[in-house]
Design a protein around this ligand. Structure first.
Ligand SMILES: [Zn+2]
Length: 781
């Protein structure tokens, strides 16, 4: 029997938590009608969490360039067409993976753009339902084949996520109807879910999670019964497995993950995510114990330096294999699901090792798989060789599983960075940021993990007694902790500071970020705090020399090297320059090779010779390059003229063939020379002048204006920019002889305004004398 930290109930906090739960029913959480257990940790309200610094920038890139850039039609079309048949297709998963990522982003930082996209996508999916309520992509008569039930899971998870944001009863009803279809097909006395689909029933069985979520949200017992029936199907003989799937029994027996009923990593963990939820709903301890035992096996057999090891998407004893070149290593979907599973177990047990693991995966394996602009992700992500953008699995959809799943792992961060326990707030992540945890505001400053020092300002609503729990990462062997300048003892795991807190109390922590050398199979690797270091051939070119690393290597920061390749951090160790693993290889080209595990002594002439190419890493019979990245505004976070930041736009007229094009000037997407899809174009029937105006979310200071033109033949030659101040128009730009065809930039006298109007008096193309066109307007403080 495993022991877990018990909930040390503190009456005052309990009352506050209850009040908070009641309050948040109209906020981001939902009334859970059916639950038998209390989580040890619950997330801080995500809308109060802000993460800044490099990590915050990665969130913004992911939201702008991937989640908001996704067009809804291509992920919904397969649901409308319903043409999938047989075992090989899984277009059914894209909508739900992308949509749940978007919903996490919307919970963290809700903007008009995230809300509109979410509403549009939820409605577009629901209208594709078959008359019986089925939300899937299959030809009638071929349901339950292949990945069908797996896909239904993603539709259901998406609907549940939307319901949790909107509390819209029609969304919950759509989920009910889809689940009723599944019960009719797979309920007691019908086909066993263990006999359905691929990989010995694992993918289909993972529908358990949304079925339990539906029970928790409706309180309807038939959904709990169906969930328990799914789990019961695992314990009886199935078509392919005479002993049955035995997920709970084999996990409890401590079987290695690759010895379970099927080694398919992602799908197996998805089943246990559902089992965790079923524990939450029923309180049946064996479900939690089995989940913890499976996680034990993953830690023991599959965890690598940067994440979890898989080969070709299946467990293969990655912990021991991590020093060798793996042909298809570490699927990003597996990393994400492992992080989600760890998040479940962190909430249920409060065990710090899951938080340590989330941090390790976030800063290494996960960020390493995201392309620098956030638009695309890697499918396979090894510890040496080249990084390769994921191939496109279905050309009609233009996506692959990992491209829409990576963002789920990233956008999960705000939900575990700050949490609350029964006796007070919990800090798991020390990236600069802030959160409101119950009645306590926490603000973290510092440049963690580049810097070893962080400061936390604690601001309770009023002077108050509670416990602040601070995660002390396992890697930090010598941690110094001060409260208001006074040194406090540090305990491994969570250091708990119980006292009466006052506004302005300040905690300062210095972590142990000395370089640590780790060894495996006679090779060594360097870690610094939560970040693994790698060699990159752009910083340390191959050269004929033999180097043996010191056992206690000294790291000399090399910011110039980091800047050179856009790395987060770089360090010199003797003649070698290392950078953080996630930045190593981030050119995503076959010429940019990196290596993490290093033989000793290191022959630097051969260090990058892996023989690996994009071809050997491809999972597809033919290689498809990812879509070219569409250019976007320079700084989506600070561009006041962005729809995502609450701006709107109007114009004097629109070209008859491009209705609605006015909104293109604030959508963040720039037109390339032959791109006529990303512009505002005026009517051709009216002469100049034409105007387009940006209305800001609220009055703001503007000192920089950037105007991107569209068709290079028809750029504006004469134009003015005006703002409104106290109801009066004021000219801030006046250009009468422009010859620049692409972009105009200007610093203006800083002005506070709520609008910017661009009036075009003449354009360059004599063939269309009445035409005015603009791709994008950017406004910055
Ligand atoms: Zn994947």
């Amino acid at each position: 029997m495993t022991e877990y930290p018990c909930i040390n109930s503190h009456p005052r906090w309990t009352i506050m938590l209850l009040q908070l739960a009641a309050l948040l029913i109209v906020g981001t959480t939902v009334t859970v009608l059916a639950k038998e257990t209390e989580d040890v940790f619950t997330p801080a309200a995500p809308e109060t969490v802000r993460i800044s610094g490099r990590l915050g920038e990665k969130f913004d890139l992911c939201i702008t360039n991937r989640l908001l850039a996704q067009d809804v039609e291509s992920v919904v079309a397969p649901y409308r067409a319903k043409t999938e048949i047989g075992g090989a297709d899984w277009r059914c998963e894209y909508w739900g993976k992308w949509f749940t990522s978007l919903t996490l982003a919307d919970a963290y930082h809700s903007t008009p753009a995230t809300r509109e996209k979410r509403d549009e996508a939820a409605k577009a999916l629901m209208v594709t339902a078959a008359p019986d309520g089925y939300l899937g992509t299959r030809v009638p008569g071929h349901r339950l084949e292949g990945w069908d039930v797996w896909g239904c899971k993603y539709a259901l998870l998406g609907l549940m996520a939307d319901y949790d944001r909107t509390h819209d009863a029609t969304v919950l009803n759509a989920a009910r109807r889809q689940t009723d279809v599944l019960i009719a097909e797979l309920g007691p006395g019908k086909t066993s879910i263990a006999d359905v689909g691929e990989w010995n029933g694992l993918p289909a069985s993972s529908v358990l999670e949304p079925v339990v979520l539906l029970y928790e949200r409706t309180g309807e017992k038939k959904y709990l019964d169906f969930a328990e029936h799914i789990v019961a199907c695992w314990s009886v003989p199935s078509k392919h497995l005479p002993a049955g799937m035995r997920l709970v029994e084999d996990a409890l027996a401590g079987k290695n993950p690759d010895q379970m009923c099927s080694p398919k990593s992602y799908e197996m963990m998805s089943c246990f995510e559902g089992l965790c939820e079923l524990y939450r709903a029923t309180g049946k301890r064996e479900y939690l114990d089995a989940s913890v035992k499976l996680a034990d096996g993953i830690f023991r057999e599959e965890a690598t330096l940067v994440g979890v090891g898989t080969r070709g998407e299946v467990w293969f004893g990655g912990a021991k294999q991590q020093t060798s070149l793996v042909d298809k290593p570490m699927e990003t979907c597996v990393t994400v699901t492992w992080m989600k599973f760890c998040d479940q177990l962190l909430r249920l047990t409060g065990d710090v090792r899951y938080a340590d693991e989330l941090e390790k995966n976030l800063y290494n394996g996960l960020l390493g798989a995201m392309m620098p602009d956030g638009q695309w992700w890697a499918y396979f992500d090894g510890l040496m060789g080249v990084r390769v953008p994921s191939y496109v699995q279905h050309a009609d959809v233009g996506l692959s599983c990992c491209v829409v799943n990576g963002p789920r792992g990233l956008m999960l961060t705000p939900f575990w960075a700050f949490m609350q326990s029964a006796d007070g707030p919990v800090v798991n992540l020390y990236a600069a940021g802030s959160a409101q945890v119950g009645t306590v505001k926490l603000e973290i400053t510092g440049d963690y993990p580049v810097s070893d020092q962080v400061a936390i300002r604690v601001t309770p609503a009023s002077t108050e007694e509670f416990t602040l729990s601070l995660r002390i990462p396992t890697w930090s062997e010598r941690t110094e902790l001060k409260l208001n300048g006074k040194v406090l003892p540090v305990t491994p795991g969570y250091t708990k500071i119980h006292r009466t807190w006052r506004k302005g109390d300040r905690v300062a922590i210095t972590f142990d970020m000395r370089a640590k050398m780790v060894e495996c199979n006679g090779q060594v690797a360097l870690q610094r705090g939560p970040v693994v270091l790698s060699l990159d051939n752009r910083l340390t070119p191959a050269a004929a020399s033999q180097i043996t690393l010191d056992r206690n290597p000294e790291l000399k920061p090399n910011p110039a090297a980091a800047k050179k390749i856009g790395a987060w951090m770089a360090f010199d160790v003797g003649a070698l320059t290392f950078c953080d693993y996630a930045s190593a290889g981030n050119a995503f080209s076959e010429q940019n090779i990196f290596r993490t595990w290093l033989p000793q002594p290191l022959d630097t002439a051969n260090v990058y010779e892996t023989g690996q190419t994009w071809r050997t890493l491809s999972h597809a019979p033919t290689w498809t390059n990812p879509p070219k990245s569409q250019p976007r505004v320079e700084n989506p976070k600070h561009d006041l003229a962005l729809a995502a930041n609450g701006a709107s736009a109007s114009s004097d007229s629109e070209y008859a063939h491009e209705p609605g094009c006015t909104g293109k000037v604030i959508d963040g997407v720039l037109a390339t020379p032959k791109d006529f899809a990303n512009r505002w174009h005026s009517s051709l029937d009216q002469p100049h002048p034409h105007w387009v105006e940006v209305h800001l979310a609220k009055p703001a200071n503007i000192s920089t204006v950037v105007i991107h033109f569209a068709d290079p033949d028809g750029y504006p030659v004469s134009f003015e920019g005006t703002v409104r101040v106290n109801g009066q128009e004021r000219q801030v730009i006046n250009v009468t002889d422009n010859h620049e065809a692409q972009v105009y930039r200007a610093k203006i006298e800083p002005v506070t305004t709520d609008s910017f109007r661009l009036t075009i008096r003449a354009s360059a193309n004599p063939a269309y004398p009445n035409a005015a066109q603009i791709s994008e307007i950017e406004l910055y403080p």
